[in-house]
Structures are given as C-alpha cells and as structure tokens.
Design a binder for this molecule. Structure first.
Ligand code: NAP
Length: 399
C-alpha cells in the first residue's frame, strides 16, 4: 500500500459514505480525500467538504451544484464543484486517485463504478447493483485493467476473508464446496404473513441489526437484498447458483462462511458495523483500526440458524430465478425492484405487491444476452417503463 492513499468516495453523503469518512478521519496520515459525491444532501456534502477539503465535490444536478458552490466560496474553500454523471465518472478515474469507494445507491452507481474498473483503480464496491446488472462486463473490465476489487458488502467481505488468499476464481480447484451467505431475515422474519399486507415504510426500514439507507432497508425486509447478494457472490467468486446457500442467522454476528471439501467451515465474525469491511478494504492487505467495539461473545450468548422461507420471501426466489436465467434478467429484476421499492416508500404500492410487480416485469421482458453495456441499459429502461405502467394501472384501479 502507498504511504498515503488518494481516495474518491462516490455517494459520500449516504450511510456507507459517512462510515467511510469516519474510518478515514481516524487515519489522517494514511488517506487523502480527492473527491466526494452526493445527490440531495447538499448541507451534509458541504460539511464533509469543510472537514476533508477535497479537490472536487460532485452533485447530480446544476441547482445542487450552484447551492454547494456558493457555500464553498463563502467558506473560502478551494474545492471545485462539478455536476452530472459524467463528472462522477471523471472523479472516479482521475490519475491522482488510487482508490474509489463505490457507494451510490442503485443503478445510478453503475457507470462511475465501471469507469473506475476500466481505469484500473482499487475499487471498494458497495454498490451491488453494478454486479447484478452488468456482472460479466464489470468483471471483464477489472480483469482487463488489472484493477483490485474489494467487496464492501459485509457478507462478500467475509467470504473474501474466508477464501484462500490466492483464490483465482475456481471453487473446485481451491477445495471449496459451498458459499454460505448469511442473512438476518430482516424485520419481518416472524410477523404473521397476513400482517405483511399492511406494513409501513417505517416498519420496513427499522432493521433489527443494521443502520442503512432506506432502499437497502426495504430490500432487507423483502430479502431482495439477499437475492441481489446471491447474484453479487456469483460474479465476485465465480460461483454457480447451486453452490450458494442462504442461511438465516438473526444475530448478524457471522457475516458469511466458506465450506471446504475437508469439512472445514471458515467464518468471519464481528459486530454488525459497516466500518469493519470498510476498514478492511481501505487498509488491505494491512489491517487498520475501524473504531468498532470488540465482539463480546459472552453477551451474544448464542448463534441461531434457519433455512430461508421462499413463501414469506418470494423476492429471494425471484433473484435465484433471474440468476439462473442469466443475460439481462438480473438487470430487469433490479430495475423492477428499484421502481417497486420507490413506490412502496412513497406510499403508492403495498409491501406485498413488490414481488408481484417484479415477477410481472420478469415475465414481460424476455432475457437477452449481454455483450455491451447498452444491452443492460436497454433492459433496465424497458423494465422501469413496464414497472411504472403496472403501478399507474393498479393505482388507477384503487382510486
Ligand atoms: N448501508 C449499508 O449498510 C450497506 C451495506 C452493504 C451494501 N450497501 C450498498 O451500498 C450502496 C449505498 O447504500 P447506502 O445504504 O449507503 O445508501 P444511502 O444511504 O441511500 O446513500 C446513497 C448515496 O448515493 C447518493 N445518490 C442517490 N441517488 C443518486 C443518483 N441518482 N446519482 C448519484 N448519487 C446518488 C446519495 O446522495 P444523497 O444522500 O446526497 O441524496 C448517497 O450519497 C447501495 O448499493 C447498497 O446496496 C449498503
């Protein structure tokens, strides 16, 4: 590792972004922030600029950029303010940048993450949607440029840590039998199925173990998050769907496991705090302090495990189905899910209709093979259109 790493943080105003800056602030001698990006939270982005004095701050639209620019000038900071997705791509591939934290939420994070991969950066990948939508293109870009890819999702980070250090993408060759992907089961693991109809966004976002953004919190409640993670694990570790077992583990202490042919199962444990995988990736291959409280096994007392219930969690079934179908199917699944979750959060779709809508869209759009990014973007746009049509039709019927 270079003595001082220059870092761009995509999505610095979100949960992962804030946690990344928290770890960086603990090691001012090791990291320098080159660029920060946000969308709606201009005040938070300004405060981050004051604290870390990056060269660039990027927001999505010109109105946000104007507001941020005015505050930055008033404060006498030197940070240059840019806007638009092209600018987010630019700060992901600047020559002075060593590492990019890809922590924008949803499909919006795909293009800047891909540009960082093509530029051969060290990529700390939180945006799982990038791999779900365009896994083959992204992994090929990483291979071609020689980029270093470090997973931030706590489960994939755990698997990465439990894999042999020289893992080269061949499970059998490394003596690996299965990947055991743990899941908390979210806030609705135990509530009666009849009550799922009326759950509110607030209930869905109240995760028992993790503090996360609203979209991923709803994904955890439907277990679509785990489904997306199955697809993510497939691409990261070249693992077929049949060799990825989802294990419900309500305490979220074991973050995932790797089972070997000799019967060994290697697990990574820790408190549910995203600063652990973030610090792992920032420091890699060294270990740095994350500021996380030590794991107290006596206080935890017990660790429980259950099989996933595909009736309660149809989104998990749909994600396995999309992975097995392949091609553009996972991108369609992801786009339909993003529209469904946004509608649920806006009060325009009941919780139980989320999987119904996704299944409808998957049936409507035939999977195509993916060779270039445009194949993915076309499927993504089609799926969003179909999903939005379905919602307007059903909202109209309800009115
Ligand atoms: N949170 C977790 O514990 C966790 C764990 C594992 C993986 N992840 C993954 O990490 C990613 C980020 O999750 P999060 O929980 O940090 O989400 P979040 O709190 O909602 O933050 C999302 C970030 O993306 C920015 N953003 C939103 N829409 C954008 C757009 N259209 N263009 C550019 N930027 C946009 C947001 O800006 P503003 O806030 O300024 O609007 C914010 O900086 C997701 O892909 C998630 O699946 C999260």
């Amino acid at each position: 590792m270079k003595s001082v790493q220059n870092v761009t943080i995509l999505g610095s105003t979100g949960t992962i972004g804030v946690n990344t800056l928290n770890v960086i602030a603990q090691h001012p001698d090791k990291f320098r922030v080159v660029a920060l990006t946000g969308n709606a939270q201009i005040d938070r982005l300004f405060e981050q600029c004051q604290q870390f004095e990056p060269e660039f701050a990027v927001v999505l639209d010109s109105a946000g950029a104007e507001k941020l620019h005015a505050r930055i000038r008033q404060a006498g900071l030197q940070t240059e303010v840019l806007f638009g997705i092209d600018a987010m791509e630019r700060v992901s591939s600047l020559p002075q940048v060593d590492s990019v934290m890809a922590a924008i939420v949803g499909a919006a994070g795909l293009r800047p993450a891909l540009v960082a991969a093509k530029a051969g950066k060290r990529i700390m990948l939180a945006n799982k949607e990038t791999l779900v939508m365009s896994g083959n293109i992204f992994m090929e870009a990483v291979r071609h440029s020689g980029a270093t890819l470090l997973p931030i999702d706590s489960e994939h980070n755990a698997i990465f840590q439990a894999m042999p250090g020289n893992y080269a993408g061949d499970l059998a060759h490394s003596g690996i039998k299965r990947i055991l992907l743990t899941a908390s089961g979210g806030p609705f693991r135990k509530i009666p199925l009849t009550e799922l109809e009326n759950v509110t966004p607030e209930q869905a976002c109240a995760h028992p173990n993790w503090v996360m953004g609203r979209k991923i919190s709803v994904d955890s409640a439907t277990m679509m998050n785990k489904g997306l993670e199955v697809i993510e694990a497939h691409w990261l570790f070249n693992a077929p769907a049949d060799l990825i077992q989802v294990v419900i583990h309500p305490q979220s202490v074991i973050h995932s496991m790797v089972e070997y042919v000799d019967g060994s199962v290697i697990a990574q444990l820790g408190n549910p705090d995203m600063r652990t995988p973030i610090a792992y990736a920032l420091g890699f291959p060294e270990r740095i302090d994350a500021g996380v409280s030590p794991l107290d096994l006596f206080k935890i007392g017990r660790l429980d495990f259950e099989e996933p219930d595909f009736v309660r969690f149809p989104c998990l079934r749909l994600a396995f189905q999309a992975l097995r179908t392949g091609g553009t199917s996972p991108a369609v699944l992801n786009a339909a899910n993003e529209i469904a979750v946004a509608a649920f959060l806006d009060g325009n779709l009941p919780f139980k209709s989320i999987p119904v809508l996704i299944e409808f869209v998957l049936e409507q759009i035939t999977s195509q093979s993916v060779t270039v990014l445009e194949d993915v973007l076309r499927a993504d746009a089609q799926a969003r259109e179909r999903a939005s049509e379905w919602i307007s039709m059903h909202t109209a019927v309800r009115v």
